[in-house]
Design a protein around this ligand. Sequence first.
Ligand SMILES: Cc1ncc(C[n+]2csc(CCOP(=O)(O)OP(=O)(O)O)c2C)c(N)n1
Length: 305
Amino acid sequence: MSLNLRDLSQRSQGLAPGHRACAGCGFPTLIRMLLATSARPLVVVNATGCLEVVSTIYPYSAWPVPWMHNAFENAAATASGVQAAAVALQRRGRLDRLPKVVAIGGDGGTYDIGLQSLSGALERGTDFLYVCYNNEGYMNTGIQRSSATPQGARTTTTPVGARQLGKPQPRKDMTEIVAAHGAPYVAQASISHWGDLGKKLQKALATAGPTFLNVLTPCQPGWDYPPEQLVQIAKMAVETRYWPLYEVDRGVWRITYIPRERTPLKAFLEMQGRFRHLLDDEKVLAELQSWVDAHWERLEARARA
Ligand SMILES: Cc1ncc(C[n+]2csc(CCOP(=O)(O)OP(=O)(O)O)c2C)c(N)n1
């Protein structure tokens, strides 16, 4: 299936208009791309979080495909059960085409609470795609920190004051953790780079076995930016190398977009209120920059190997 803008714009929008995501929210773009790029029927399993809440306010649903809500901690386990059921139904002649099962969770549901069930499904080799829509916090319950929240960010549980400048710890590297399970296709993407995201979705959907996509989807109230700057912020995350775009395809690491210039991390931080308290602190800025540089160098080394 081709991936050009004209074709995409003529395809069904997928997610119905009238979902209740905030203005300036990142994940509706991701969900539309997922639904537009899939060549096979999908069954979606959705962990608790903003996406589930805003797209399925009873008795309405914005989803054009079979969709199941499940508890926070077991999206991947539920997906494994749905996948096994689909195979059994097909074996009995009650299903013509095997659907692709897609589990979707926020970073809280993926990095923290759902990690054990995700790890189990990866280890069992379940044939499914897991998509983490990563807004770097527990946004649905009022902006608490998650292990995906970057160091220095202000959240309600990592406040800014005399004793602490936002979150003390750096974010967990979930993409590497999944890659370490040996899943056949693992990638990091951003809603700002739609072509790259679309290709990764297509690859992940077409690969047998467990596949994983970690997609940066900014959150307007949590990150505190003007809604119309959604795409520019996601783009700046990539340009500053804060959010590298890469894939691990059957163990081969490849950076899929290399920014032409070394844009300082500050350019990403200053677009958002959650980092406002850091902008005059040269020492903290240098620390955060060196964390980004070290991560990028490690990624480059893996891609060269
Ligand atoms: C086991 C469990 N713990 C806590 C909650 C309360 N809860 C509902 S949504 C949510 C935050 C979800 O965060 P994330 O997965 O990052 O998704 P987002 O809200 O950012 O979309 C929490 C803590 C819950 N439903 N179940």
